[in-house]
Structure formats: C-alpha cells, structure tokens
Design a protein around this ligand. Sequence first.
Ligand SMILES: C[S@@+](CC[C@H](N)C(=O)[O-])C[C@H]1O[C@@H](n2cnc3c(N)ncnc32)[C@H](O)[C@@H]1O
Length: 272
Amino acid sequence: MGNDTSLYGRAGTAWSIRLGGTHFHPGGEDGTVALAALAARHGFGTEPVIADIGCGIGGPARYLARRFGASVIGIDIAGPLLARAHQDARAEELWLRCGFVRADALALPFADGSLSALWSVAALSHVEQAAAFAECARVAAPGALFAIADWVAPGDPGDDGREAAWAALGLRLLSLDAYRDALQRAGFTIVAEEMEPPAQASPRALADEHAWQTQFALRYGVGALQAELVRSRTWAALVRETGMATWRVAVRRDASSRFPGPSSQGINPGGN
Ligand SMILES: C[S@@+](CC[C@H](N)C(=O)[O-])C[C@H]1O[C@@H](n2cnc3c(N)ncnc32)[C@H](O)[C@@H]1O
C-alpha cells in the first residue's frame, strides 16, 4: 500500500479521478471537448497521428482517438498513470489506437519534424515551458497544429508570494503574455485562443463524501487523506485568490522555422 502522498501517486490519482474523472484537469471532459472543438476549427484532427504530451491516465487521448479516428501516442513521466492509461484503453477496445510511452516532455521520443498534430492539457505548467515548447517545436513538422490548454497567471507571477504557493502544487505558472511570447519564440503562431470560464473554487460536495473519504483513508492511509485534503484546500484558495485561469490555444508550427539538425534517436510516427 505504501505511503505515497505525491500529486500523481496512487492515492493522488484516485483522488483526482474522484474529482474530475479520467480527464485529469479542471474542466474535466468538457474542457477536453472545448479544446478539441477550438483546434478542429483550424484543421486539427485530420492527421492520422496525434501526440499527447503529459497524457495522464489517457482520458483525453481516448477521446481524441474516438472523435477523430486518430492514433494517439500519449507520453507522460509518471509510470503508474501510464499503466492505468493502458488498462483503460484496453477496456474501451482502443488499445490499437492509443499507445502510451514513458518519457519526459523535455526529451520527447520523436524524431525531428516528425509530428503533424500535438496536444497537451494542463501538463506543460509542470515543467519549464520555454524548454518544453522548444522540444515540441523540434518534433513538430512545419505547419503542424498544436492544441494546448494550460494554467496561466494573471499579471506577473513573480511579483508576490504566489510563485511559491503554486510551486507547492508542482506548478510554474506564466502570465498570458509570457506564455504567448514563449510559444512564439519557439516558432509557433497562434491561430485561435479562448479563456475557459473561471474554474470552480471549491471541489464538488458529494452526498457520499464522508463515506468515500473514510474508505480512501482505509485504502491509502490517513496521511494520504490529509495530504489530499490539504492539497484540495490549497488549490481552492489559489484559484480563488490568485485568479489563475485555463487558457486554450491552438498554434501552428511556423513553416519557415528550422528545427535543429536530424537527431539520431526517436520514433518517426510518419514513417518517413
Ligand atoms: C494535470 S495532469 C493532466 C493529464 C492529462 N493531460 C489530462 O488532461 O488528463 C498533468 C500531467 O503532466 C504530467 N507531467 C508532469 N511533468 C511531466 C514531464 N516532465 N514530462 C511529461 N509529463 C509530465 C503528469 O505526470 C500528469 O500526468
């Protein structure tokens, strides 16, 4: 059973699924649908292969495979989440179209310029975004579409103690302007964008919550329950008090930009 109280450990994952289902981000499946719709208006989903960067347990990957009939390669750094992603894809008979690979968003296992469609939700705010965008730009073919939903901070996140508070939840937030700049500097042009309506400040109050939490404590330990309650409260306070919000954006890899010379490693999903 262990006493793993990390954000994406077994207990943290069970807690997140309880809150938001298998789409592991605020906004849940509705957020996934909204980003897919935004990007599809600009041609996203017509390519046979989509790479999902920071795929979690694969709710969005399975949605993309069903909606667009695409093959989706999910990459994530957290092995236990990928195990669950495999399991769910098998259960939904999507295992031939949803593959999952353990990798870091900062060192993607794809060849230079090999992807025509990329997707990432609520994941790149866990890493140094400029480096992640540069890596995504490396693997994106000229003209590739990249659909992103991520947290952004109002104003300059460095101007008060908010940065430390977000860091406690594993997040590095950029302001909207800094996020736009970082994408453009990496060689992406914004083709569509929208803000998601403000996130719910508090978790849903479910009628069976007390019993569910008791079972959670029995299964994962009281320490895990306490850690998740603190995390939920911190999260709610941050959303309420710092005005952090989700930004959905579709960007296109500049045709004129050059990626670094051919790398010797990496999958080439296009096969060329
Ligand atoms: C909020 S979850 C979102 C998961 C998924 N995109 C979804 O919407 O259901 C953030 C994900 O980012 C992943 N992640 C964090 N750092 C990463 C990194 N350096 N490389 C790849 N994935 C990372 C986490 O393991 C987690 O699955």
